[in-house]
Ligand binder design. Sequence first.
Ligand code: ARG
Length: 463
Amino acid sequence: MTKNKNNQAIWENRIKNSTSSFFQRVGSSIDIDKRLYKEDITGSIAHVEMLFKQKIISFKIKNKIIYGLSKIKKEISNKKFEFNKNHEDIHMNIEKRLFQIIGEEAGYIHTGRSRNDQVITDLKIWIKSASKEIDFCLHKIIKSTLNLATKNIYTIMPGFTHLKNAQAVSFAHYLMAYIEIFQRDRKRFNNNLESLNENPLGVAAIAGTSFNIDRDFTTKKLGFKKPTNNSIDTVSDRDFVLDFLYCVSVCAMHISRMSEELIIWNSDGFKLINLSDKVVTGSSIMPQKKNPDPLEYLRGKSGNIYGNLFSMLTILKGLPLSYFKDLQDDKEIIFSSNDILINCLKIFDEVLKNLSPNKKRMLELANSGYITATDFADYLVKNHSLSFRKAYQKTADLVNLAEKKKKKLGDFSLEELKKIEPKLTNDVLKVFDLKNSIKSKKTYGGTSFDNIKKMIFKYNKLK
Ligand code: ARG
């Protein structure tokens, strides 16, 4: 019993002096990994059930351990548990407390396993459920975007390339682009499930174990699909951590890009969108200001998230196989990226719900910059058998003329247009109409109103 009195290290028979208190403080991860307590207890329960099934421990011991673990779970949920830094991490804190609750029989819990396989089992289970929460948030964002798109099918705006007016599009089409992006993010997280579904438990410290354990049993119990193949690889592998951090980074990058776009559209120069007071902040000195701070926060946070991905890559790059203490930091990094992303997703959803287009200004801007020039070129190809290059040149001449005369393309009379192409007839004038321009982009994926309606219908059925 003395061996396991609180405050004594599990290895005190071997390492006679206690670890330097300074290192104990910085080397302990309990403040971070206590967040894994539920997964740790679930893993331990599956482990002892398996040990019993394999006749490695008795029925009585199994039940005692499960009783103790369930009590610990309640204590932690009810904030009645005293975490102790001297016990380094969540695994040892729980084991130590188990000794206090059920006595010496707690000593059977660590049969045929190690913290090395235990910690990644916990972490994989945790990442799986974190990915589900992220998916839920992304789904909400998609619904909010869809809602806004549905109200704006006929809202016309300029589509930009190089931030210069390119071609007329529906605002809904722009918004639906975000939906595609977020759908890909969901898929990216989902794609990680294959490696997350490989069960590490049972490879023990590095070599496997001589106990007759049943890894298929714990695999099933813990919701994994198969046990991992190689014990050395298993305790060294943090690819699943990188995969998650990469997905978080890509998603944060998307949010950052869109935030930047919305900041530009909200600027006094563009004035394409309005943000309600819920998603702006004021200035301490300039009373007129309404700043899009939440969007700037979202843009900035991608930096922290990328930093985490690079921290993990750097931690791993020089590590020989297999387990090293260096790996302990993976959890702090994962939790940080996850928490930042969840906040970002929630804020982005708020922004979407508090954003409205300035339809008048959108139309005004769409009417500038000779935005229907390509429509005119296409018309020449389709109606006057010109090659596209030839039509492009004639259209460029028309744009030059418009610039010189300070006119819009739609301001020209048929007579004036005929100077560019003598065969033109009256119906050319309709190509300068923005609605017609949008309607004409009927190919799959294009901005035509009909296409948008079909896409909205499709996404409305999305689970
Ligand atoms: N707290 C440790 C970590 O997160 C658990 C594994 C410790 N294993 C060891 N041999 N020190 O990595």
